[in-house]
Design a protein around this ligand. Structure first.
Ligand code: DGL
Length: 250
């Protein structure tokens, strides 16, 4: 059974774990939420790189054979550094600009992400490849991460907070919204309600899960005949919301 480490600034990466479990029949999953340092969105890349190294070492010490950086912000800031330091495969997140750009009918796509992701060179490079063909409107999901970390996923305050960041993208004509932060899928019902049925919402997590499966298969770490699944939840701060949200995954 492969041992897979997964980390995020908090509980957001559970939305990626959910997709991983759909494609991986067996595995020992060790999830680390760095919630004592959440949110990462406004932190410096150097700080995030340091946290990513410490967390990766911890996951390796517990036997991780591959690590999923289930955080767009940490992927942008730290994945190149991690790959240069540790000799295991790393699978990272990337805002799904490509499928959005290929599928838009209005020619306008909206990207919701953290400030860190929108400034990261990885994202800027992807954006550069498509911005001649489509208009790319961006907005930080202000307050989204904090809501999810409190376990508040619906209700009037959630609706107000989501609308404040989403409406400008809709007003700009976006018919496709890219979720560029792994916390945001927890707010999907509210996002969909505000965006309406004609707007497509894209979460890159299913593609990331397929990529993990490919990497594990290439390395002989995938055992389709087995079905045991074990989840270990670790955190640097209060674990209560993490456990509550993890319980909703199955
Ligand atoms: N879930 C993270 C991401 O995908 C981090 C959010 C944050 O801590 O600001 O970017």
């Amino acid at each position: 059974m492969a041992t897979i480490g997964i980390f995020d600034s908090g509980a957001g990466g559970l939305s990626v774990l959910k997709e991983i479990r759909k494609v991986l029949p067996s595995g020992h999953f060790i999830y680390f939420a760095d919630n004592a340092h959440c949110p990462y969105g406004e932190k410096s890349p150097a700080f995030i790189r340091e946290r990513a190294r410490v967390i990766t070492q911890r996951l390796l010490d517990r036997g991780a054979q591959a690590v999923v950086v289930a955080c767009n912000t940490a992927t942008g800031a730290a994945i190149a550094d991690l790959r240069s330091r540790f000799d295991i495969p790393f699978i990272g997140m990337e805002p799904a600009v490509k499928p959005a750009a290929l599928g838009t009918r209005s020619g306008v796509i909206g990207v919701l992400a953290t400030a860190g992701t929108l400034k990261a060179s990885k994202y800027l490079k992807t954006k550069g490849e498509y911005q001649d063909d489509v208009r790319i409107e961006e907005h930080v999901g202000e307050g989204f991460v904090q809501l999810v970390e409190r376990g508040e996923l619906d209700g009037p305050e959630v609706e107000r907070t989501v609308r404040a960041s989403l409406q400008p993208l809709l007003d700009a004509g976006a018919d496709t919204i890219v979720l560029g932060c792994t916390h945001y899928p927890f707010l999907l019902p509210v996002i969909e309600r505000i965006a309406g049925p004609d707007v497509r919402i894209i979460d890159p997590a299913p593609a990331v899960a397929r990529q993990l499966l490919k990497v594990l298969t290439e390395r002989g770490l995938c055992h389709p005949d087995r079905t045991e699944c074990h989840l270990e939840l670790l955190s640097s701060g209060d674990p209560s919301v993490l456990h509550t949200l993890a319980a909703t995954l199955a």
